[in-house]
Design a protein around this ligand. Structure first.
Ligand code: ZN
Length: 249
């Protein structure tokens, strides 16, 4: 009965900030345990040292990319993207576990050497219900800011079967994060060039949590409390995503 009520709340509102608030409020009351039985795989993007060896961008593809690119860095904070991604990923792990989720981490330190295809392999092997890849953006224009979530398109030659759920996942987490932090919501961007997406057999998104090339966004994201807000927002988005799945035939 309680689940019905919550399902109605989720159904009645699209993936708006209002629905995120409803679900997270219910979750803290202990009424809704969306996380129970759900496996979330978290990949903190990049690592201490890039790996320029190449691998196919998808199963059977002749197109190759570096196993792990270097990533961007904070123009003011001086953080590497690998460090920021890991800090947020570890906070997200703690929040999700507190909400009853089973969490699989692709890495918990920066000193690893795991290719993007291998990271997808970890999510696949653990039959993750959602694969969240945490990244941060970097561009030449220091004014660019905000959050964008990447997902495969319906015409992706390798993983079209997970496209629809991945797009819902992407929309849910980008909305969740922006509802908490107030960052600009840049929505979902369809991308079929990412190895870690193309190798995935489970719903996947790359969440670009902000621009490290924007001085104020970089400083915000370097702050531990702000990182906790990002992680809370992503967790709220996952609650919404799984709540919607519960009521979708
Ligand atoms: Zn990245």
């Amino acid at each position: 009965m309680k689940m019905k009520k919550i399902a109605a709340i989720v159904l009645s509102v699209a993936l708006s900030a209002a629905s995120v608030m409803s679900v997270s409020a219910a979750a803290t009351d202990g009424i809704l345990t969306v996380g129970t039985g759900k496996v979330v795989c978290i990949d903190a993007g990049h690592q201490a040292k890039a790996n320029s060896e190449t691998e196919p961008i998808a199963p059977g593809s002749t197109v190759t990319k570096a196993k792990v690119a270097g990533g961007t860095h904070g123009v003011v904070s001086g953080l590497t993207e690998a460090q920021l991604n890991l800090a947020v990923a570890l906070k997200l792990q703690a929040i999700l576990e507190a909400r009853g989720y089973t969490v699989v981490m692709c890495r918990t330190t920066n000193d690893v050497n795991i290719s993007n295809a291998e990271r997808a392999g970890i999510a696949n092997a653990n039959k993750a219900d959602a694969f969240i890849r945490i990244h941060a953006n970097g561009v030449a224009n220091s004014g660019a800011s905000g959050v964008v979530a990447l997902a495969p398109s319906a015409s992706n030659p390798y993983c079209a079967g997970i496209a629809a759920q991945s797009q819902q996942l992407a929309q849910s987490v980008v909305n969740g994060q922006c509802a908490v932090t107030g960052q600009k919501n840049r929505g979902v961007s369809l991308d079929d060039t990412m190895s870690g997406i193309n190798w995935s057999q489970v719903p996947v998104t790359i969440l670009e949590i902000g621009f490290m090339t924007n001085p104020s966004e970089d400083l915000n994201m370097a702050n531990a409390d702000y990182q906790a807000g990002i992680a809370t927002g992503i967790a709220n988005g996952l609650d919404v995503y799984f709540s919607n799945l519960v009521v979708t035939p």
